[in-house]
Design a protein around this ligand. Sequence first.
Ligand code: NAD
Length: 361
Amino acid sequence: MAFITPSFWKDRRVFLTGHTGFKGAWLSLWLAELGAKVSGFALAPVSEPNLFELAGIADLLSANVIADVRELNALRQAVHNAGPEIVIHMAAQPLVRESYADPIGTYATNVMGTAHLLEAIRSLETVRAVIVVTTDKCYENNEWVWGYREVDRLGGRDPYSNSKACAELVTASYRQSFFRNVPAAPAIATARAGNVIGGGDWSEDRLIPDILRGCFGPSAEVILRNPVAVRPWQHVLEPLGGYLLLAEHLVNNGALNDDAWNFGPHEGEERPVLEVANAVVESMGIGKVIIRKDPDAPHEATLLRLDCSKARARLGWAPTFRFQETIAFTTAWYAAWHKGEDMANFTRDQIRIFTWSSLNR
Ligand SMILES: NC(=O)c1ccc[n+]([C@@H]2O[C@H](COP(=O)([O-])OP(=O)(O)OC[C@H]3O[C@@H](n4cnc5c(N)ncnc54)[C@H](O)[C@@H]3O)[C@@H](O)[C@H]2O)c1
């Protein structure tokens, strides 16, 4: 199986949106470890604590622009200042429940933010590869048992999922309208990852942060509202490694790879929410799982699997961890944070262990 090429990333200029978020902070740290020159563009972190600050990401960046993807001019200015070779677009409103509360804001950020990013790079000659990060939820969910493939129909019932399907369509339109058969145009791909877990996430309404808040809370109760929902859980470093490998392929092979890519866990590693919660509680050694269904909860799909045959066959990508390793890695991070360890070093060490495990799997 292939893994990323460190020499490819040394001194590469990368423009990363969403670098203050959960995935963005991990990716910024990983890219800094590889010696890349990262310019970040995002809003300020919202949670307290947050990985961006805990890991001292701002000090590792070539540029740290705190601004809004809904502002085309700000985005254009930042990306032109950075002059990147690789662009990874992760800035988004990524929460299903928040998308029900603020559908307009979600569409503005996720759809127009993507259009602005693609518009901003149209006139930039340095860019060779663009990855637009969407989600496994961009597929029309049929509640079927098979994994969704990249050719399956886009959809999404809630505004978040739907906005990401729209971002897929915007990207496809820009690719075909403005970047195909244009000399020196960048290759543009979309990446659809599964449900990502790992240390350093404190988002509202996400399973692992909710479980940890429960475990560390006064009653140690972990309340589950949708215990049967099955999701393709994976450690955050899994799709990030996929994005890096994909970017290398885009630079090396151009238009051969410029379409959509799924990055999910090993087949059969999808798990219901209840099993994840029990595994986390057991691994942490604290907490008590309580099921309290919310009859007024907005709709969320029950069954979601991803077929990653394409990334395996054409990129040589494969997940590294099995479910239990993913849980152990995640809980080790939160336990270390709870003990007050230096989380910049701890997170760096996890990246090194993951890299070693990937090379030796
Ligand atoms: N976490 C998951 O399970 C998961 C799964 C699949 C896909 N994704 C996608 O991965 C990406 C990153 O997700 P995450 O989990 O790190 O989310 P996050 O909420 O932790 O981070 C979101 C990032 O986007 C930035 N952002 C939000 N609105 C913005 C705006 N208007 N202008 C500029 N920046 C803005 C935030 O500042 C932050 O840096 C998103 O595109 C998300 O849809 C996440």
